[in-house]
Design a protein around this ligand. Structure first.
Ligand SMILES: Nc1ncnc2c1ncn2[C@@H]1O[C@H](COP(=O)(O)OP(=O)(O)O)[C@@H](O)[C@H]1O
Ligand SMILES: [Mg+2]
Length: 366
């Protein structure tokens, strides 16, 4: 350990997991800082659950090592790892009272009866359901049962809290409320948390760090802003948010900008973050929300911004925002999500589109 650096709470070093011929996780290196909330984000089947189950001790890595608090845990059985777990079917024991559900993990831990009572009471207060000890799970709503599952997981004061898509069975409104609930509880307790989800909004709204996965491989890791604003590749840009991908060629580079000729012949500027030179084939990634559209006749370009022309091909009104699909003329359309301004633009209407160079992110054409 480098002095001054805090030791990560959880470390994956060269983790690989095979099930027969299927490689579920491929050479994963990843650190999780103490007290942080990290999400494993990716489509179904990308290896998120497998990675989490290896931390839990429910699966053994085929290759590589897992460290918790600096200690290699590959051979440590599940009950000797001090972990709290909440899985998708968070199933409480239906025939046990809430008290017995929450106390479950403590009974195997040599905790006195009086201490168990104190800890259960505190855990129920933490999830804002004090006084429900005597009730049965069926007497609580889905959201309340979810909170009991959280109380059960935190009552043992785990080193790491593991959550596998815990909210995906809930309807959208409850999900949103529970997302905040998990986030607040995690911050209040300061417990290191690994949260698995395939929902980008969940990941963006809660995480200190996101690990984006595809086919068992790490695609990118970083905080929500960096993963969203500086996607490492096409997959990440596509998986998080509404992205436009505009192919082009680098035709010039100076200190501040990379000049890219796109398919329409227009030359757009992207902020120069290094790594590209003249002749490179690139993909310019622009989030749908970053463009501005104006009626062509009234358009006055702003110095330093990119602008080009198009026609409204399709639109979808969403209340505060409008989604426009804009034809650029050369069998190429872009998707813009625009705040509703004075009026809706009509289908076929000519518009001018503007976007700042720092919202144009370049990746090599794959
Ligand atoms: N016990 C198992 N036996 C065989 N294949 C498995 C097993 N568990 C997971 N897999 C496979 O490993 C891959 C990753 O699965 P999983 O970790 O469940 O993905 P995710 O949680 O991201 O949906 C998938 O191809 C899945 O079919
Ligand atoms: Mg899974």
């Amino acid at each position: 350990m480098v002095s001054g650096d805090r030791q990560p709470m959880v470390q994956f070093k060269g983790i690989l997991k095979r099930f027969g011929k299927v490689t579920a996780v491929e050479k994963m290196d990843f650190d999780i800082e103490e007290g942080s909330l990290v999400t494993l984000l990716g489509p179904s089947g990308c290896g998120k659950t497998t990675l989490l189950r290896m931390v839990a001790g429910l699966e053994e890595p085929t290759e590589g090592d897992i460290f918790i608090k600096g200690k290699r845990v590959n051979d440590i059985p599940i009950h000797k790892r001090n972990l709290g777990m909440i899985f998708q079917n968070y199933a409480l024991f239906p025939h046990k009272t809430i008290f017995d559900n929450v106390a479950f993990g403590l009974k195997y831990r040599n905790v006195s009866k009086a201490q168990i009572e104190t800890k259960v009471t505190r855990a129920l207060e933490m999830v804002r359901l004090p006084g429900v000890e005597k009730r049965m799970p069926s007497q609580l709503s889905g959201g309340q049962q979810q909170r009991i599952a959280m109380a059960r997981a935190i009552v043992i004061e785990p080193d790491v809290l593991l959550m596998d898509e815990p909210l995906s069975a809930l309807d959208e409104n409850l999900r949103e409320a529970m997302r905040r609930e998990v986030d607040n509880l995690q911050q209040m307790l300061g417990v290191t948390t690994i949260f698995v989800t395939h929902d980008q909004r969940e990941a963006l709204s809660m995480s200190d760090k996101i690990l984006v996965m595809k086919d068992g491989r790490k695609q990118q890791e970083g905080n929500p802003e960096s993963v969203y604003n500086e996607p490492a590749n096409h997959f990440v840009a596509d998986f998080l948010g509404h992205s436009n991908f505009i192919a082009g060629e680098v035709v010039g580079v100076d200190d501040n900008h990379v000049n890219v000729r796109i398919e329409t012949g227009d030359i757009l500027l992207a902020e120069n973050k290094g790594g590209f030179s003249r002749g490179d084939r690139v993909e310019m990634i622009v989030r749908a929300q970053r463009f501005d559209a104006f009626p062509k006749a009234e358009f006055q370009p702003t110095a330093g911004l990119n602008h080009f022309q198009g026609h409204i091909k399709d639109r979808s009104y969403m209340g505060g925002e409008v989604s426009y699909f804009i034809e650029l003329g050369v069998d190429r359309e872009i998707h813009i999500i625009s705040m509703m301004r004075t009026r809706l633009y009509d289908i076929g209407e000519a518009v001018s589109i503007q976007v700042a160079p720092h919202h144009c992110h370049l990746i090599p054409l794959e």
